[in-house]
Design a protein. Structure first.
Length: 268
């Protein structure tokens, strides 16, 4: 089966510094995309890469390329061989389980603290989920074959893969319980808080359609909940944007799963 084409992706080698160059389309037009920084963070902004000893990091850097992803870009589909791993250096990637009827729901998120496709560094494998850029973002991308070579020479890098995978398992357990027992309003707020952490901003770019896909509900349900929370004065919704204006109220409306996930992820 062919590897899916990553739509909305700009790929380039990593420069030696910890910054990324201006995008080609920005250089040609002189305009920056207002939704994605013209200068993006480099590989060390991924917390796992940043934690590596220098000599271990040097095993990866020659094989890493910078990838700029538009919101909604699809990195992977279930059943396809994992040919690359991604180290988010900004934004986040949503991992969705896809049912036979095409419906999907998010079971995990990978931000700067993790790796997408980590287990391909341990051995050949196939994607079990659909991976989508949750926000406009940058990431480091490495071929799985080169990733495995680096891991064979570095216990520190192998440990990163295991830590990332354990973090995803922790998320999946919490999200499964959350989806089963908590109301949509609480889940909506929990997701807003997680996304705020990934975006490092109170202004979150997303449509109700996209959020409905992530939460596994109808768009009309998301709109109803968003309108209710906006009426309470916690958020402001405009076309494609949700702005958190009362963080403490959003936290109060969220379920316990946001704090539980933060606590457990901090020790995983």
């Amino acid at each position: 089966m062919r590897t899916p084409v990553v739509l909305g992706c700009i790929d380039a080698p990593f420069p030696r510094s910890n910054t990324l160059p201006m995008r080609q389309d920005q250089a040609q037009t002189g305009r920056a995309d207002k939704h994605v920084p013209a200068i993006g963070p480099g590989p060390l902004n991924n917390k796992l890469l940043g934690s590596l000893p220098h000599e271990d990091f040097q095993l990866l850097i020659p094989h890493l390329s910078s990838v700029q992803l538009a919101q909604g870009a699809v990195l992977a589909e279930p059943g396809v061989t994992v040919d690359h791993a991604y180290f988010p250096s900004s934004g986040a990637v949503s991992l969705l389980v896809v049912m036979r009827d095409g419906k999907a729901i998010e079971t995990g998120t990978v931000g700067r603290e993790g790796i997408v496709g980590a287990m391909s560094g341990i051995g050949p494998c196939k994607w079990q989920v659909r991976a989508i850029a949750q926000l406009p973002m940058f990431a480091g991308k490495i071929a799985s074959t080169e990733f495995r070579k680096a891991i064979s020479s570095s216990k520190a890098i192998a440990d990163l893969c295991l830590r990332s995978n354990e973090g995803l398992l922790t998320q999946a357990r919490i999200v499964a319980a959350c989806n089963a027992v908590h109301r949509l309003e609480a889940r909506f707020c929990r997701w807003l808080l997680q996304t705020r952490d990934a975006a490092e901003s109170d202004t979150i770019m997303l449509t109700h359609d996209f959020l409905a896909q992530i939460l596994g509900v109808r768009r009309t349900s998301v709109t109803e909940v968003a309108n209710t929370i906006e009426a309470m004065g916690a958020i402001i919704c405009s076309r494609g944007v949700i702005e958190i204006i009362d963080l403490e109220m959003v936290k109060a409306l969220s379920c316990e799963c946001y704090e539980t996930m933060r606590e457990q992820m901090s020790v995983s």
